[in-house]
Design a protein around this ligand. Structure first.
Ligand code: FE
Length: 303
């Protein structure tokens, strides 16, 4: 396990004040730093400095950060990325607030991905010495931590190959057109033991479909739904269960129109986990297992 996790999502929002209200009061993340036109947020159960960075102006993704275990891993990835033919450059400590040296990669899908090993440690709200199981002063939905992201790519096969060959990700599940003539529509990939850390779906290059926060269980998902109603958050799908990953979920939009998800559960994977295949005719069950119906918005709205 050399890539530890999706460490941060850096996105754009149309109105920073509105976004800060949403991400801190409705979702429960804490503002840890602020610059001109930019805020850094972390969730109560995260120990790193931040997991979400928001820039004022526009919508959509600026970049994703993946935390890598060692500098040797980083050097190995740099070689593999060069052999793969993707563009990368070294980034220096301080280019991102609180983040150390690393590698900035432009994927063939035009997404910017940063790989780093060091980020300032702030600690969780419950600490590491005899910790309570949850943070009693958490606000709103009290999301625990950043979990995964789904991005669009014109050629999902190429991006799946990039993450597999360069960064040792494995596909837990794949959505194909038809087993007789398989064309990859989407792939769910993991680097640790979760059902997925990054997913890629056929769509416009450089785009974001959503990023997700981990919740403890179905009750927390339902409670998040209640909070969303109290705060008039725009809902896309749910609460429901995914066939793919078996996670429980609500998809919703931030005030700028970026899609987020609260996600709970999902099975445990590992190096010997056999890839699961879904066919396009079962997309409904794959995404929304209960109603088996996916709205058009879900497959067409990217930011
Ligand atoms: Fe998701």
């Amino acid at each position: 396990m050399a890539v530890n996790k999706l460490g941060y999502v850096h996105a754009r929002v149309t109105d920073l004040e509105e976004a800060v209200n949403h991400y801190s009061n409705t979702l429960g993340q804490k503002v840890v730093a602020q610059e001109d036109g930019r805020v850094y947020l972390k969730a109560w159960d995260e120990f790193d400095h931040h997991s979400v960075v928001l820039d004022e102006g526009g919508v959509g993704l600026v970049k994703l950060g993946f935390k890598v275990e060692t500098n040797d891993d980083l050097a190995e990835y740099e070689n593999r990325i060069a052999r793969f033919g993707a563009t990368s450059e070294r980034m220096s400590k301080g280019e991102n607030l609180a983040v150390g040296d690393g590698l900035r990669v432009v994927l063939p899908s035009e997404h910017v991905v940063e790989l780093y090993t060091e980020i300032d440690y702030l600690g969780t709200e419950t600490g590491v010495l005899n910790p309570d199981p949850w943070y009693r002063d958490a606000r709103g939905a009290a999301v625990h931590r950043l979990d995964h992201a789904l991005i669009g790519a014109e050629d999902p096969t190429l991006i799946e190959r990039f993450f597999a060959e360069c960064l040792d990700f494995r596909p837990s599940e794949r959505l194909i057109t038809d087993p007789a003539d398989p064309d990859l529509i989407a792939t769910w990939m993991f680097c640790g033991q979760k059902a997925h850390d990054l997913a890629v779906i056929k769509g416009e290059n450089g785009k974001l479909h959503h990023w997700a926060y981990w919740m403890e269980d179905w009750n927390e998902i339902l409670r998040a739904g209640d909070i969303f109603s109290m705060d008039d958050v725009s809902i896309d799908i749910g609460p429901t269960r995914h066939g793919i990953t078996r996670g429980k979920t609500i998809y919703f939009f931030d005030p700028s129109g970026n899609r987020n998800e609260v996600f709970s559960g999902g099975y445990i994977t590992g190096a010997d986990f056999p890839t699961i295949t879904w066919t396009a005719d079962q997309l409904g069950k794959g995404i929304v297992y209960i109603s088996r119906e996916v709205n058009d918005r879900f497959t067409t709205v990217f930011t």
